[in-house]
Design a protein around this ligand. Structure first.
Ligand SMILES: [Zn+2]
Length: 633
């Protein structure tokens, strides 16, 4: 007797024997039982999951001769059933659409479809790979599907249902097949191995199922190969050798080396694999798959149904998942994804693989910048100091300390005391990001003397005419005056609020505005206003300066305007208008004494900034260029 491959020998002959597609078989059986058979079916899904098999069973059920009507489960023994199974029934025509995709073939099919079946109830066309049929050919088929003769049933199997024209799809019943679950595949393999009288270990079956990746036929093909190779005993080792997968032990070892920050061990592992003849690309793909499973185990737990792996593998990925954070794993996956796609078109694959895996080791040492700057935790301190100073021999010690599971031991034993001390003292202040958040949430919070405060002014309430003016002013202002730019990192702390006073005098207005501008670093504008002529009309403070209107527009940008209005409102407890007008006559007749400048320039303010200082301490940064947006006005 000639040999038959397992996938054909154990091909299901009844709906009840099909695994993993109950949603399809149940519907089809009910449809036949109720006599509601459609004229067109589309079976879509991954390769090797039973599309053509179910099409054939459906054909058998429709044409079975054991009764005088179609039956939900074919008998499997009548002439019709036997012929369909053998593929030589005259009334069931299987067409490989990949090679018969043109309009001529479909026209021929259409002509033939007009004639009644030779013997059976239905004339059934099974079109495999139906998405390959050309558009013109589909159009030729359309007419037949629109008004099908009663004896015709079309079944289209495809992996890409979206490539079938909508006009065809809407005239067919569409069944979408599921990937076969890992456990179902293993169970099926087990049954077949028993029936074949083959001894097996579970490991081997799990590996076959994993390689099958949801496809029963793929799993069975490799099983065939394995049986041919090693006779009546299936072992995990043999299967692995056949499919060329890297042992999961190796993957775990590599991740272990990454966790230990041992670049040397990672390189050794790659060397061993490549010497054994593994391909770099294949290994990268497996690593990626492994990391993905670890990631899923980390996020959803190792018993998650999303993981289609054996229980041994579950335990393994759970072990690895414990050693890394979710962020680490996401970063690893990203690196491996890039490495894998690089390997696709690059020469020197080995180097790319090595580089990619070394990146995993390095990625693991990375700390969020915020964590590093604030040094909120001990691990950040340790890593920070080793990063900063590159502490001699303790490269691995310092960086290992950055990781959770080995942190405490490594930190206490290996981290030199001296490098810890100064590092710790750096971090007595709160994180600048924290401070920033705090500042934004409570605008009036004082009590962070080390930090610059941005003046948060109560929004000035303006009358409509002034609003329009303010808008036009800000439109004219130079783009560099954009309010956000001068965030005043180096602004002085808020002056104590002026006493509330509903009456405003020229003297008070002048004092308030000049002080506020000085404090805000607007010395130029303050200087100009000091020499100007001030007047108060009701709720309007008017200043006439010896400047052209254009210059005024530039000088009084949105930021100074905001500062002035805020100061005036604070002083008087009510909104006031502030106006600068051009008055050429009042050229400075009495030159005022030079005002002391407030602070020693932008560079000093920058140097005094706590974030800048922290950067200098941590990274040895130097101040090269200082751009003071405020002085551009
Ligand atoms: Zn039959």
């Amino acid at each position: 007797m000639s040999y038959q491959v397992l996938a054909r020998k154990y091909r299901p002959q009844k709906f009840s024997e099909v695994i993993g597609q109950e949603h399809v078989t149940r519907t089809l059986k009910n449809a036949i039982a109720q006599g509601r058979v459609a004229h067109g079916y589309i079976f879509s899904g991954h390769r090797g999951i039973g599309k053509t098999t179910i099409a054939r069973i459906l054909a058998m059920a429709l044409n079975c001769q054991s009764q005088d009507h179609s039956i939900p489960e074919p008998c499997g023994v009548c002439d019709s059933c036997v012929e369909i199974r053998a593929g030589n029934s005259v009334d069931v025509i299987e067409i490989d659409a990949a090679t018969n995709r043109g309009i001529d073939e479909i026209r021929e099919l259409r002509e033939a479809a007009r004639y009644r079946p030779a013997r059976d109830r239905f004339k059934i066309y099974i079109l495999d790979e139906a998405h390959q049929i050309t558009d013109a050919a589909f159009n030729a088929l359309l007419k037949t599907l629109e008004e099908p003769p009663g004896h015709i049933v079309f079944m289209m199997a495809t992996t890409q249902p979206e490539d079938i024209p909508q006009t065809i799809r809407s005239r067919c019943q569409h069944f979408s097949f599921h990937a076969v679950r890992f456990d179902d595949i293993v169970q099926q393999l087990r049954d077949i191995a028993r029936q074949e009288g083959i001894a097996y270990d579970e490991n081997a079956l799990a590996m076959l199922a994993e390689v099958g990746d949801g496809s029963m036929r793929d799993a069975l093909s490799i099983m065939d190969q394995a049986i041919a190779c090693c006779g009546t005993t299936l072992s995990g080792e043999v299967v692995r050798g056949l499919v060329g997968t890297v042992s999961s032990d190796v993957l775990e070892d590599v991740m272990d080396a990454v966790a230990r920050n041992s670049s040397a061990d990672v390189l050794r592992a790659i060397d061993r694999l490549l010497v054994e003849g593994q391909s770099a690309q294949h290994f990268a793909r497996q690593m990626l798959r492994f990391l993905r499973n670890v990631m899923v185990a980390k996020v959803a737990g190792s018993d998650s149904p999303v993981l289609q792996i054996s229980s041994d593998e579950r335990a393994r990925v759970a072990r690895v998942a414990e050693r890394f954070s979710e962020e680490d794993l996401a970063r690893f996956m990203q690196i491996m994804l890039r490495t894998h796609s690089d390997l696709g078109y690059k020469q020197e694959q080995r180097f790319h693989l090595e580089l990619g895996l070394l990146k995993l080791v390095h990625a693991q040492r990375l700390l969020p910048l915020e964590e590093l700057l604030s040094g909120e935790t001990g691990k950040a301190t340790a890593a920070g100091s080793s990063l900063r100073a590159g502490v001699g021999t303790s490269r691995s010690a310092g960086s290992a300390a950055a990781r959770t599971n080995v942190t405490s031991r490594a930190t206490s034993e290996l981290e030199p005391q001296s490098s810890r001390e100064p590092a710790a003292s750096l971090f007595t202040r709160p994180s600048p990001f924290e401070a920033d958040r705090k500042r934004k949430s409570e605008p009036k919070a004082e009590g962070q003397p080390g930090f610059a405060k941005r003046e948060v002014a109560p929004a000035p309430v303006l009358t409509s005419s002034t609003t329009a003016e303010a808008d036009s002013l800000s439109d004219n202002a130079s783009p560099a005056m954009d309010a956000g730019v001068a965030t005043a990192v180096a602004l002085e702390p808020d002056p104590s609020p002026q006493p509330k006073n509903s009456e405003i005098t020229v003297k008070l207005a002048r004092e308030v505005v000049l002080t506020a501008l000085d404090d805000a670093g607007q010395q130029m504008l303050a200087h100009n206003l000091e020499e100007a002529e001030w007047s108060v009309h009701g709720v309007e403070v008017c200043v006439t300066v010896a400047m052209s209107q254009v210059l005024i527009d530039v000088a009084l940008g949105p930021e100074p305007k905001r500062v002035i209005q805020a100061a005036l409102s604070r002083a008087t407890g009510r909104p006031l208008k502030f106006k600068m007008m051009s008055g050429g006559a009042q050229v400075a007749a009495k030159p005022a004494a030079p005002r002391p400048t407030n602070g020693a320039g932008a560079r000093n303010r920058a140097a005094a900034d706590p974030i800048v200082q922290r950067m200098q301490e941590k990274f040895g940064a130097e101040i090269r260029t200082v751009i003071d947006h405020k002085d551009r006005g």
